[in-house]
Design a protein around this ligand. Structure first.
Ligand code: ATP
Ligand code: MG
Length: 140
């Protein structure tokens, strides 16, 4: 299996509840290595740009408001099949539908305040990693 990298974000609902360490422990238990990490408070323009792909969706404005409501922790995760492995560790978008033991099932508040983001393809991972990190900040 290929060693991949993926972009993870611990969302404002999780940082507000002091769950950064718990999320990180679940990611590491899933076999993912946190090779870059920074805490930041997104501006509206930054959140709009990151979620531009969802601009036409009805929840877009609420999503941008939520993602700027507090600090986030952006991370680069590395491991075998990291994109799919992280999506599996996260669980379904809606925590009510997420499998037991997943981050969203255990920690998320709602379909919007669902604690974590993970890239959905290797192609998007490369774009999303470059959105948050310079190459010099990533140490594999
Ligand atoms: P993410 O992209 O954050 O990893 P995802 O790929 O599981 O999550 P997407 O369909 O890409 O889900 O939606 C992006 C984010 O928009 C979701 O994580 C959630 O925060 C929010 N969202 C998605 N669907 C809804 C909805 N029906 N109502 C409110 N918010 C939603
Ligand atoms: Mg998505």
């Amino acid at each position: 299996m290929p060693i991949e990298r993926t972009l993870s974000i611990i969302k404002p609902d999780a940082t507000r509840r002091n769950l950064t360490g718990r999320v990180n422990a679940m990611l590491e238990a899933a076999g993912l290595r946190i090779i870059a990490q920074k805490r930041l408070h997104l501006t509206t323009a930054q959140a709009e740009a990151f979620y531009a792909v969802h601009a036409a969706r009805p929840f877009y404005r609420d999503l941008v408001t939520f993602m700027t409501s507090g600090p986030v922790v952006a991370q680069v995760l590395e491991g075998e099949n990291a994109v799919a492995r992280n999506r599996e560790a996260m669980g379904a978008t809606d925590p009510a539908k997420a499998a037991p033991g997943t981050i969203r099932k255990e920690l998320a508040e709602s379909i919007e305040a669902n604690s974590v983001h993970g890239s959905d393809s290797a192609e998007n991972a490369a774009v999303e990693i470059a959105f948050f990190f310079a190459g010099i900040e990533i140490t594999g």
